[in-house]
Unconditional design. Structure first.
Length: 358
């Protein structure tokens, strides 16, 4: 019998906004000037919070931090595409997106200070707590999307991960279930090219994450992750597809982590400064600023006012965080089990004695 081709796939990439601020007009999404300014303001907020949090951690006022410098477009574009009924299932680098969807910055600061009160805000019941175990949140996103499909709800779940998570078993299990059960889930993989110190090319034999979608029977596309218009357009399309019951999608935002993996990392040990500077020139904030100025939508005065407004907000939120009564350290034992196991009960009483004698 002759050999037959039983599958032939094609993976596309979308670019709209170039680093110099020019755009392909034929591909531009239907956004108002106010929408575009909001995208820019959100990215600036994200960058300023990131810079402030790094300083707070170095000063010992915050436990740790996962920098997001360079990845602002992926989160700002996704935030604009989300609707009120959609679910958000974050990893650990989505602090910016959470704030864009209304979560106050003092909750973000609380979480990264080790205070569990920052993990969940009842005012935002469809935003799951930050997930640190790499890839685990993808399963949660798939499960929520499956439930939405079974219930016939006109909503979607948007879940986030990095390229490192795409090398985890959880990624493949989540994608497989989402494909089989037509989960109303959008997987946004921010490929920042480094899984801590491991380059993407050393994790997988394929050239991109998007093409992995073929194995699970769902659409997959790569976008320039520093192009906020491209991110918005594809996430908006994927969310609409999910809400209509057509199933899951994978969007790979090809971007770059300009900072360290976390404040426990030193990226200078495994990558060159030249590489970082090359990507700094492709900054998503810089290119959108150039676009807006070329169309007389933005100027120096507006920039100064925005920076002042954002910094005032950050300082107000930080003051709220630092005025909070300290959390009872025994809370770490109280809410995991209905009945505390003996070994943890023993530890809790030991800690209680230390706190009382302190």
């Amino acid at each position: 019998m002759p050999i037959k081709t039983i599958y032939e796939g094609q993976t596309e990439r979308l670019d709209i906004l170039a680093p110099d601020g020019s755009v392909d007009e034929s591909l531009m999404p239907d956004l108002t000037d106010d929408d575009i300014r909001l995208l820019y303001k959100n990215m600036v907020l994200m960058r300023r919070v990131d810079e402030k949090a790094l300083k707070l951690q170095r000063q010992g006022r915050m436990g740790t931090w996962a920098p997001s410098r360079g990845q602002e477009a992926a989160q700002a574009g996704a935030a604009l595409a989300l609707q009120e009924n959609d679910w958000i299932v974050p990893a650990f680098r989505e602090a910016g997106l959470l704030m864009m969807k209304g979560v106050p910055a003092h909750d973000v600061f609380s979480y990264w200070s080790g205070d569990s009160r920052g993990s969940y805000n009842p005012d935002f019941p469809k935003i799951l707590p930050t997930s640190v175990p790499v890839g685990s949140q993808l399963l949660h996103g798939a499960g929520i999307g499956m439930a939405l499909h079974l219930k016939g709800e006109k909503a979607a779940a948007l879940t986030f991960a990095g390229d490192g998570a795409s090398s985890e078993g959880d990624f493949h299990e989540a994608m497989n279930f989402a494909g089989v059960f037509k989960a109303q889930t959008v997987f946004l993989i921010q490929n920042n090219q480094w899984a801590i110190s491991v380059r993407f090319k050393d994790q997988t034999a394929v050239s991109n994450v998007a093409q992995k979608a073929h194995a699970y029977g769902i659409p997959g596309i790569q976008v320039d992750g520093n192009d906020v218009f491209a991110v918005y357009m594809e996430i908006d399309k994927a969310l609409k597809r999910a809400r209509s019951g057509e199933g899951a999608s994978l969007v790979e935002a090809f971007t770059y982590r300009l900072g360290d993996h976390t404040t426990a990392d030193d990226a200078k040990k495994y990558r060159s400064e030249e590489e970082v500077q090359e990507w700094e020139a492709r900054s998503p904030i810089t290119r959108l600023d150039r676009f807006m100025r070329s169309r007389d939508m933005w100027d120096d005065k507006q920039e100064e006012e925005l920076i002042a407004e954002v910094d005032a907000y950050i300082n107000e939120e930080l003051a709220i965080r630092e005025s909070m009564e300290p959390q009872d350290p025994l809370d770490m034992f109280r809410y995991m089990y209905k009945e505390i196991p003996p070994h943890l009960d023993e530890q809790m009483h030991e800690l209680a004695a230390e706190v009382e004698n302190d």
